[in-house]
Write a protein that binds this ligand. Structure first.
Ligand code: NAP
Ligand code: ZN
Ligand code: ZN
Length: 349
């Protein structure tokens, strides 16, 4: 049993996003149906819509920063009630049986988690469709509670940009006494600045955009370095940890060079092409270079609660669904302060 929902998506890599009609299942006993109020626009949406990582299944409806209100719950749902706020991030299911899932690392599920979009749909004979849509139906175990005190549109980006930066900051013990670098002030980077600052670290931001310097300080940076200015790069002091959130090709070696001995650089940005690493930048100083993918469900709730306590939301520009293609072009130019969020009411127009 399924119902039809309005959505926005694309039928091919080189085509713009257009209105589409998609199927949503009737809630099963363990499902929650959510009327989507806001959906953030992640750079991963663009990478996927344009097939930059290959493997995109069309039609593609992106969107994995979802907040809304619950309209239906299945008979066995225990954690949610109709009328409550709820959120969904990058995953809507996983195998729940492997060692990773049992430990709360659903994002590293050995059998592959079910992405909110572009993944095989276990219920309907199709693939999953994301949050650029009027509604979504998700198993309650993959639905999050939203802190009541936060602005709802600003919460949406926490579901990907928030957790993707929170998880490695926690894993690498960012806190008081640590000098932490953040590379790239986009959706992810601006959340990393806010979160690292709230965790008590000394935050150094690297940006290619002169126009973002003042904002970076307001967001919580203690220092801002223009990464295309050789002198500023040379003067900047060494760091314990660096989080790289750049969406395009760039010189990773310049940042590895900025680590103290035993320092770590974690990359969350996912450019289309490989980045060359000069091994001597790792050998000299026993440095490490690693990656990180979103975060588990329990950790995502922990992050939302942390943001509730610290009054943290994303800095957003609210757009109508019909403006999405223009928003993608602006995102490519780094011209967003600092996350586009779609007002899903506009989908009714
Ligand atoms: P975004 O909002 O577009 O931000 C990317 C930022 O990177 C830009 O604002 C810009 O910052 C910098 N940048 C862009 N092009 C650059 C270039 N050629 N050289 C140097 N810097 C450049 O993107 P986002 O949504 O934050 O996503 C960032 C990346 O993370 C994307 O690749 C996305 O797919 C990936 N991602 C990964 C995960 C994960 O789990 N690992 C989760 C979500 C997203 P400045 O203007 O400050 O230089
Ligand atoms: Zn994302
Ligand atoms: Zn699993």
């Amino acid at each position: 049993m399924s119902t039809t929902a309005k959505a926005y998506g694309t039928n091919a890599a080189e085509l713009p996003l257009v209105p589409l009609s998609i199927e949503r299942r009737e809630p099963t006993p363990h499902d929650v149906e959510i009327e989507i109020l806001y959906c953030g626009v992640c750079h991963s949406d663009l990478h996927t819509a344009r097939n930059e990582w290959k493997g995109t299944i069309y039609p593609c409806v992106p969107g994995h920063e979802i907040v809304g209100r619950i309209t239906k719950v299945g008979d066995h749902v225990k954690k949610f009630k109709v009328g409550e706020l709820a959120a969904v991030g990058c995953m809507v299911d996983s195998c729940r049986e492997c060692e990773e899932c049992k430990q709360g690392y659903e994002q590293y599920c050995e059998n592959g988690f079910t992405g909110t979009y572009n993944a095989p749909d276990k219920h309907l004979n199709a693939h999953t469709f994301g949050g650029y849509s009027q509604s979504v139906v998700v198993d309650e175990d993959f639905v999050l509670h939203v802190p009541e005190n936060l602005d709802l549109a600003g919460v949406a980006p926490l579901l990907c940009a928030g957790i993707t930066t929170y998880s490695p900051l926690r894993h690498w013990n960012v806190g008081p006494g640590k000098r932490v670098g953040v590379v790239g002030i986009g959706g992810l980077g601006h959340m990393a600045i806010k979160l690292a600052h709230a965790m008590g670290a000394y935050v150094v931001v690297f940006t290619t955009s002169e126009s973002k310097k003042e904002d970076a300080k307001r967001l919580g940076a203690d220092e801002v370095v223009l990464s295309n200015n050789v002198e500023q790069m040379q003067q900047s002091q060494k760091l314990d940890f660096i989080l790289d959130a750049v969406s395009a090709e760039h010189d990773i070696n310049a940042y590895l060079h900025h680590l103290k001995h035993d320092g770590n650089l974690t990359i969350v940005g996912a450019p289309e092409n490989p980045l060359p690493v000069a091994v001597f930048n790792l050998i000299l100083g026993r440095k490490s270079f690693s990656g990180s993918l979103i975060g588990g469900i329990a950790e995502t709730q922990e992050m939302l609660d942390f943001c509730g306590r610290h009054d943290i939301t994303a800095d957003i520009e609210l757009i109508n669904m019909q403006d999405i293609n223009d928003a993608y072009e602006r995102m490519l130019k780094g011209d967003v302060k600092y996350r586009f969020v779609i007002d899903m009411a506009s989908l009714k127009n």
